[in-house]
Design a protein around this ligand. Structure first.
Ligand code: NAP
Length: 302
């Protein structure tokens, strides 16, 4: 059996087209478009490339986009001042602070200073609490888990009553996706187990999963014999396992691998996400969706 590939690159295109159409409709009816500010402190190449991609995507979907590129030695007070300015700016619906921040800045303090109604990353404790309550309370589900759920639903995989096993319990992936999948809601209603480094028999838990979501950051952690035949396998892991020369640019690029032994797993699973090109492209896409949602909340149209 060869699994059906769930391609994040394809689902991203569908969702971005939906966002473009909605932005155009809101612009026509209400005369406004979503506003997103990206705040980058320092010049880490990885952060610059993430922010550049976010900016490019925001332009593509027709958002107003403001870039704040600040020096590495920006004080914590000055950064909090910037956040306060955008919290009060009516034209801004989403505030994104690129992480990690330089060591002299308290990341938690900064993220908690963002107005929860503009916290499109969904990391503010108020939004984490709203996610836990579920239903109408949820405003901004964190982007990677929201992307995972969207992929499962758009692939047509039944979640209601499904055994979901989540490998990993981080605040940005494991905990929120586990919480989202057991909610009494469409695309959820699953029975969820979360496993981690203290779990006694990882293989036995994974083997029970109708939907196996792996976010451990350990290349090849999940072996093919841990996968239930026909299961939906979502591989969140992004691990650099080497370097190669790009055929397109002639430059050195990273060789990436997921947490699942993909080649063997695809012969057993019913659905599987590739790495790269699986969950990865969904995160920025869901950031755009949250920013649009923020404007819709403000306009009272959702
Ligand atoms: P993290 O904060 O390092 O958490 C990893 C989790 O996996 C921890 O809960 C850890 O358990 C568990 N774990 C690690 N090794 C394990 C093992 N051998 N057996 C069982 N559990 C194990 O990682 P994260 O931020 O969630 O990211 C996980 C992976 O997803 C990384 O590869 C990351 O690059 C990728 N990621 C991708 C995206 C995207 O595609 N957009 C977004 C976010 C993350 P303990 O709690 O017991 O230590």
């Amino acid at each position: 059996m060869s699994a059906k590939l769930i391609k994040g690159t394809e689902i991203r295109e569908q969702i971005l087209e939906e966002i473009i159409a909605e932005v155009a409709e809101i612009k026509e009816k209400h005369g406004v478009v979503p506003g997103l500010v990206t705040i980058l402190v320092g010049e880490s190449p990885a952060s610059i490339s993430y922010v550049t991609l976010k900016i490019k995507t925001a332009h593509r979907v027709g958002f107003n986009e403001i870039q704040e590129s600040q020096p590495d030695d920006l004080s914590e007070e000055a950064l909090l001042g910037l956040i306060d300015k955008y919290n009060k700016d009516d034209a801004i619906n989403g505030i994104l602070v690129q992480l990690p921040l330089p060591k002299h800045i308290d990341e938690k303090k900064v993220l908690n200073a963002i107005d929860p109604d503009k916290d499109v990353d969904g990391f503010h404790p108020v939004n984490v609490g709203r996610l836990m309550i579920g239903g109408d309370e949820v405003k901004f589900p964190p982007c990677t888990p929201a992307g995972i759920q969207e992929m499962i639903v758009r692939a047509g995989v039944e979640t209601s009553g499904a055994e979901v096993v989540v490998v990993g319990r981080s605040n940005i992936v494991g905990k929120p996706i586990a919480n989202m999948m057991f909610q009494k809601a469409a695309g959820a209603n699953s029975t969820v187990t979360v496993v981690h480094t203290r779990t006694k028999d990882l293989a036995a838990h994974c083997l029970r999963a109708d939907i196996l979501i792996v976010a451990a950051g350990v290349p090849g952690l999940v072996k093919p014999e841990w996968i239930k035949p026909g299961a939906c396998v979502i591989d969140v892991g992004v691990n650099r396992i080497g370097e190669k020369i790009s055929e397109k640019t002639g430059k050195k690029i990273a060789i990436l691998s997921g947490d699942v032994d993909f080649d063997a797993a695809k012969e057993i699973a019913g659905y599987i996400t590739p790495v790269p090109g699986g969950v990865g492209p969904m995160t920025i896409t869901m950031l755009m969706k949250n920013t649009l949602k923020s404007l819709k909340f403000k306009l009272g149209i959702i």
